[in-house]
Structures are given as C-alpha cells and as structure tokens.
Design a protein. Structure first.
Lengths: 407, 407
C-alpha cells in the first residue's frame, strides 16, 4: 500500500477520551476510528489485522472439521423466550428494536438460541452428530460503560463456535480438543506465553468452565495463579472450596489483572432441552443433544495484542497478524527508484511511505507508531553496498541485507 | 467438503412462505436458513457463494486503488441529524435502538453520513484527494414487507464504496471508471449479458443516476429498453421529457421486470456540505469536497444469480461463484477408493457426497438441486476406462475424462 494514495494516516493525537494504550495508539496510528464509546470503525490497516487474526482462527478450526456459517444479527424473540433469555431481567445487555410491521427484535449478543433452533432442521439422527459450526459475527452488548478502547465494545467482532454431540463424554473430549486448538491460536497470534486457561464459574451445569485469560495490566478481570501458572483461577471462584478442589493454598498464589480473550463452556443440555433439539439413537430412541460453546473476542484480541506489545514509540505487531511485513522508506532519487521497483514486485508485503515533503525523521516516527515488524530503508549509502537497511521494530536492531534477497 | 461430516443437507421442502425460486431453492439446497421474513442465515454453502462474490468485487475495486474498511452498524445520530436523515419522516426504514446509558442509536441502512464525518480526520488538503473507500457491511432496513427470499432483506450484505474528489470533473471521470468496473463485476459473476446501466432518478443534484438492472421476471422494478438495450430506463423516469433527452420514442421501447443489483450516484456536495468536509486547494483556499457513492447488494446479487440460472431440477451456479467446482459421487468399492484419493488430494475443489445408505438416484437429485458446475461420477464402469464421468450441470451433457487429468 502506498501511503500517498491512501487515507492511512497517523494523527498527532487521539481524543482525550482514549485513556487506554490500545484505544489511543490504534487511533493515532490510523487503525481504528471511534464513532462513540465502545463503537469503532476499522480502517484499512485495522481491518487487515482483524482479517489476519480471523485467518489464523479459521485455519485452526477448519483443520478439525468445523464449518463456517453466518447467522443473522436481528433476533426473532421466539427461541430466546424458550430459554428465558429474551427478558431484560435475565440478560441485561440487550439492544432491542422494533419491526415496522410490528413486534420486538433483539440484536444478537451471542447465538446459542438461534443456532440450536437452526440445528433442528439438520440434526435428526445419531448419524448427523457430532457437528460443529462457527461464525465471525458482530455482536452487540448494551454496556453501561465502555472505556477500554476495543477491549470492551458495545459492538464487537466475535468468533463463536458451537458443537453438538450424542453424549456428555463426546462433548468432554471435544472440549479438550478445543482447549488445545485455542492454545495454538493464542500462540500463533503472539500471546501464548501470557495466556492461560483459567478456572471460572461453570454456571449450574458444571462446576467450572474455562476462560482464556491474558495477563494484562489494563485487563478488567482479576486472576490468581501459582508459580508455574499451571493453576489460574478467576477471582469470581476464589473460595476455600475451590482452592481445596484444585489442591492449592492461598499462600502459593499471586494475583494479577487479566483480559479474557476466550471462553469455552460445556453447555450440556441447557439450551438443547428447552429448544427441544433431539436425535434418534441407534435403537431409534429419541435423546436430547449435548452442546458446547467456544468464543474468542476477535476485536478484543486485537486490542490485547496492541496493549501487550506496544512500547513508548507506538505499536509493535507480531508478524503473524501485522497488516504488512515491511515499512518501506526511500531516501534520495536512487533510493526512490529502487524502492518503487521493490514495491512493484510485491505490493502485498509493503506499506510504502512514498509521501513527499516529509522529513525522514517524521517518516521514522510514523513507522515506529504504526509498528510493522521490519522497517526497510533504501538510500545511496545502502545501495553502495547493494543492500537495504532492515530495522527490527521490536528490538530496534539494524542490519544491512542484500537487495537481491528481495527479488 | 465431505457431506457425511457436514450439516450441509438438502431439505425435502422449504417453508410455504418461500414463494420465490431463490428463497425456496436456496433453502432446500442448504444454502440459507430463514430466521424471519427478510432475515436469513447463510449456511456453509451459502457463505461460500457470498465470499466468492465478495472476492470478485474486492479484486476489481482493489485494482483501481479503492481501500477496504469496516464501519460500525450502530449509528450515532449526530452526523445524520446534520443532513436531516435521522428523522423517520425523511428515512422511513430505520431500525432504532436505545443505549442503556441514554440516547437513541440507529442501525445503519447505508453509510454516507458516518464516512463523510470520518473523512474529516483524514482529508485536509488537495494532496489527500482523490480517495475512495469501501466496505462489505450488513445493512438494516425496516421494510414493511419482505417476501422475495434474499432479493429484499431487512438485514442484508452490501458493498458500499464512497469516493471523494476536488472537482466535479474528477468525480465525473471516476464515476465513468466505476461504470466499467461494475460491468466487469457483473460479467464475472455471470449476469453481464442481462444486466444494464439504467437511467434512474438523480435526485436534486443531477438529472439522472444509474442503476444496474438485471432483467428478471421476479424483479421488483420495471424498466423500459430499446432493441439493442443501449437505452434502459427505470419506469420512475419514464416521461416525455426524459424520452426526448434520450432521443428515443415510446414505440421503440419494450418493458420488463428487473432487479436492481447496483447503483452509482454522483452525490456532489449533498453530504460533504452539511457535514463540512473541506480541503485546502493549491492556493490554500478552502473548498467543499465532491463525493460519489456506489453500491452493490451482495446478498441480493446471490439471489438474482440463483433465480437467473435455476432450472426445474434446482440451482445452477456459474463456476466463478460456485461453492465448489465439482460434486463428487462414487459407486462401488473401487469407485469409493478412487474418490477418497481424489478428494484427499484437493479437498477444496469437491463437495463429496460420501453419505452411506443413499441410492445413487437420490445423490444425483441432490447434486442437481445443489447445482455445482460439474458432477463427477466414479464407478467400475468409468474406472475400466481409467476415467471419471463428468456431467455439466447446465447442459446435462456427460463425457468421460481421464482420471489422470485430476492429479
């Protein structure tokens, strides 16, 4: 992408309302634009990061046979009334709206009810199970406050996966499989070493569920963890009984802030029962389907990664999700000629700062703020060595690399 | 995709409410699932078609330097109030909702206002222009009736592109460029020969705008056209004055139903003026930005293509947007062994009907209903010729093709 022909632009400052690093830096660096608190647009660079995260998740889920679909935002109250969750008393973050032809609709905060209802058309027999389906879909939650940039949105992008099984044992083993897949996803996007499965409340159907919590100063959750982090638990389940269950003593635990980037939940028959999702087993006996659900907050994940890696100069993206690998800057006529040529051959790899009338120092500052993994500078000096200068954004280390390596 | 491990399934019948071919066939063939009138889920096959259409549009737009972004669904009333369009009197298809912290929001039916407001952060000087940005975003329109399958949705997928210019001449020439790009898009998705630029009302800022209308019996618009279809006009502008303008006589025109698959519009300063989007020219004089907008109804387009190509056996997809190229069916042990091998090598190309316990006739009927471009049958008979039998879905013609051609 050529910066001269793009509205990818850095801003001097973000609104003073952006009190978190992710909100302020992503705004200043031209990744997002705030419409209102908790409601953001994703500009070209930001959309590329989102799409890169989606690709990693999609690849991991498709590999284990999950199928992608796209469900509606507007929600018919019917299935939600069967589980009691259309009520604002039960679920206090609904956005509701009215059909002009009459009747109330909701904006989906999650999709357990409609996907369970949908599956009634497609699940009849044990031969139809197990199946699992996921989507990347905008979710809506009517939060009273939303002050953490894209860490907590009123409108946000989520990956939600639902699985359907004949037995609780099959659900159990699928759940374990997803635990591993999630860890692989968090590894690949660059936060594997600070993201842990965390015991959380399991609701009324299982003692615990698992959240995936990333240790993060501005995270809204509090977790307790032991030294090797083999045991991490959410403050909400920090009781004597739970510590006994986990075989850990209070003095062995430390505490930290964390951001929930994913959660996985054995729903058992909580939704399939009231929505009457049944299958016929081998003996033609009707049984209720077992269900699990597994979420990843995709836009929140982007915000978390921004927070984790940012330094005092700006954003620092892991290569796996960076919008481009290289930030290209040319100095002098020969530098520009060579940079044009390099860009022409492989435009997908470069954000090319070909803007005229800026000092090199300004371009360097923008490159640091935007945070692509490697900055490439081409000048008379580097060309004398038939090379370009590559600077790693994370370490700041520079090296010459042969120009011929890029062709 | 293996049908045995998927919830891609055909249904005996669609709901009797599905009175259009697209609604009924896409439902029966497992592409879509209706939540309510005008509100559909896209199942795995349907999502693939949508994504294929998106890829074609994206490729064409990126080629001419358009940048992709993603704006929010929830709409701050502020910019809409400046153009008067937040009022339900002015725009009668709003879905509105309430923030729990107070204040009314809208669900975006289109995005002229917010993108114009957004550009105020990124457009300062003539050097920043022209720019153009587009998105694929769900739109919401509170239609009183929605009975045409995915041809008219209350929630639907749209590609909307906006361009910003220093002069009306520059806008004019960009508009002409988009005319050509749109024709190329409609060619590539398979409806180029029955889709025409059509004179429509230009509102108060230009005499005409252009719609792209696809001739279609169930289309909701009526168009008039001359013999070589060099002149096509919407019934809404069929007046003596307009016929004079176009130099055509009533007796030279025929009439037909048509579906609007795209529209392009020179907005001039209709939105940039009230929203105060200005730039400084070469002499540092502030001027109002000129603007154009260009839409394609992506999910409607999918419905239109389904309608256009369907026959009495089911759907017929053009190869460019088909969810898979081949529908693979094996007969007998050797056939299954070979089909497994073929599938393993290139799973992306095949929908593999490996379901057990179905008669071949049932599989053939499902293949016809699902409508992939080519059906491949592998049996002892074809293997004796080291071949597979390929049947073209559109023509029904069968041929043997060497198995080695596929490896």
């Amino acid at each position: 992408m050529k910066m001269s022909q793009s509205f990818v632009k850095t801003l001097r400052q973000a609104s003073s309302e952006e009190t978190t690093k992710n909100g302020a830096l992503l705004t200043r660096a031209g990744y997002i634009h705030k419409e209102m608190a908790g409601i953001y647009d994703f500009l070209p660079l930001g959309l590329k990061v989102l799409e890169n995260i989606k690709s990693i998740i999609r690849e991991e889920l498709n590999q284990i046979g999950c199928e992608e679909l796209l469900m509606s935002t507007l929600q018919n109250p019917e299935p939600w009334e069967k589980t009691g969750r259309f009520s604002n008393q039960q679920v206090d973050i609904w956005f509701k709206t009215e059909l002009s032809s009459g009747g109330e609709l909701g904006l989906a905060p999650t999709h357990e009810e409609p996907i369970t209802a949908l599956m009634k058309s497609y699940v009849k027999s044990y031969k139809d199970l197990p199946i699992s389906a996921y989507q990347f879909q905008t979710k809506f939650r009517n939060e009273k406050r939303a002050k953490s940039g894209i860490l907590r949105g009123r409108e946000f992008l989520m990956k939600d996966l639902y699985s359907f099984h004949t037995t609780p044992e099959e659900l159990e083993s699928y759940y374990d499989k997803i635990m591993k897949v999630y860890q692989s996803i968090f590894n690949r996007v660059g936060i594997g070493d600070i993201t842990f499965p965390c015991f959380a409340s399991g609701g009324i159907f299982s003692k615990y569920s698992h959240e995936f919590q990333t240790l993060l100063d501005v995270g809204e959750d509090t977790v307790y963890y032991n030294q090797d982090k083999s045991i991490v638990l959410n403050k909400e389940v920090y009781t004597e009984e739970v510590l006994n269950d986990l075989g850990v003593k209070p003095e062995e635990l430390q505490t930290a802030n964390a951001a929930e980037v994913g959660n996985i939940f054995k729903l058992q028959t909580k939704f399939t029962d009231p929505l009457d999702l049944k299958f016929s087993d081998e003996n033609n006996v009707e049984k209720v389907v077992y269900m699990g659900c597994y979420g990843i907050g995709v836009s929140r994940l982007m915000g978390v990664i921004a927070e984790v890696y940012a330094d005092d100069k700006g954003l620092v993206w892991p290569e796996s999700i960076a919008p481009f690998k290289y930030h290209l800057i040319a100095i002098g006529d020969e530098g520009i000629k060579t940079a044009n040529e390099l860009y022409r051959k492989n435009p997908e790899s470069f954000l090319y700062d070909n803007r005229e009338g800026l000092r090199v120092g300004e371009k360097f500052a923008d490159a640091d703020l935007i945070g692509l993994p490697q900055r490439i500078v081409i000048s008379d000096k580097t060309l004398a060595e038939k090379s370009v200068e590559i600077t790693d954004r994370k370490t700041g280390k520079s090296d010459l690399q042969l120009l011929s390596d890029f062709s």
